[in-house]
Ligand binder design. Structure first.
Ligand SMILES: C[S@@+](CC[C@H](N)C(=O)[O-])C[C@H]1O[C@@H](n2cnc3c(N)ncnc32)[C@H](O)[C@@H]1O
Length: 264
């Protein structure tokens, strides 16, 4: 157990998901930030207790305790804050845990937009029955239903399959500073999303993918094509990479299309 003074622990307790305890080492690997800077931003997270308790309350009102929500909301918050990122894209929203924390980080940065894509499925009855997915929406709820109202202004949320919508959204953007894949976890689909993203990915940008135990070597191949290591959070299958910058680690900046190294 982390000691009670660990930065971020209060927010984790308020959200009620022990898996969400941030991994400072993973954040350092992906951002190049010092341990002190990571601690400082995670301490900031502890100021969000009220908001986290609100998300938890909405989840409980939804009638279930588990919505397969993203396990590293505070880590992504810290990454966006530490690198000052502004153009964010995610696929897979469900109740909106990842979305809420990306929106919070943009608010704290004072700039930027989150573009989210989700193809919702709905729980058929009042209870989740055997065979139904834990990502499905409880009755009367819509995609992103746990995102606090105060964060919704300016959120660019699209409903439909990312197979169709991701290329459309990406066409409208000059660059992407951070991409989070948390939608359909198959090797083909992850490869599709990563290759759609590639031409818009900023130098110094960050790419994250959850549940890669189901997506073969799709992410690893993508990392190899940039010549950068794949970073796994706490040895789990939530992984990330940082696209190289021309001038070494630092703030993400706009770039034209990348010329990736050919995968061996
Ligand atoms: C694991 S959940 C996302 C969890 C979310 N990131 C969070 O923090 O709570 C996966 C979501 O992706 C959606 N999804 C599944 N296939 C999709 C597709 N082809 N395009 C877009 N969204 C999809 C699911 O309906 C579900 O809402």
């Amino acid at each position: 157990m982390p000691d009670s003074g660990s930065p971020g622990l209060k927010a984790v307790e308020a959200l009620g998901d022990p898996r969400s305890l941030p991994d400072p080492e993973w954040i350092r690997q992906l951002t190049g930030a010092t341990a002190e800077a990571v601690d400082a931003v995670l301490t900031e997270v502890d100021g969000l207790v009220e908001l986290e308790a609100g998300i938890r309350a909405r989840h409980l009102e939804g009638g279930r305790t588990d919505y397969a929500q993203f396990r590293a909301p505070f880590d992504v918050y810290a990454i966006v804050r530490l690198l000052g990122l502004s153009e964010l894209v995610e696929t897979g929203v469900s109740s909106g845990v990842s979305s809420a924390h990306l929106l919070l980080a943009l608010r704290a940065n004072g700039k930027g937009t989150l573009h989210s894509i989700d193809l919702p499925t709905a729980q058929a009855g009042p209870r989740l029955e055997k065979g139904e997915s834990i990502v499905s929406l409880p009755p009367g709820r819509a995609t992103g239903w746990a995102v606090p109202d105060a964060l919704r202004k300016g959120w660019d949320l699209h409903l439909g399959p990312s197979q169709v919508l991701l290329p459309v959204v990406l066409r409208s953007l000059e660059r992407v500073d951070l991409f989070l894949h948390d939608s359909l976890h198959t090797p083909e689909h992850l490869t599709f999303e990563l290759e759609a993203l590639r031409p818009k990915l900023a130098r110094g940008g960050v790419v994250l993918a959850d549940n890669t135990e189901w997506t073969g070597d799709a992410f690893e191949r993508f990392a190899r094509s940039f010549g950068v290591p794949l970073r796994a959070r706490g040895g789990e299958d939530l992984v990330g990479l940082r696209v190289p910058t021309a001038a070494g680690p630092g703030r993400a900046r706009a770039s034209s299309a990348h010329r990736p190294r050919r995968a061996p």
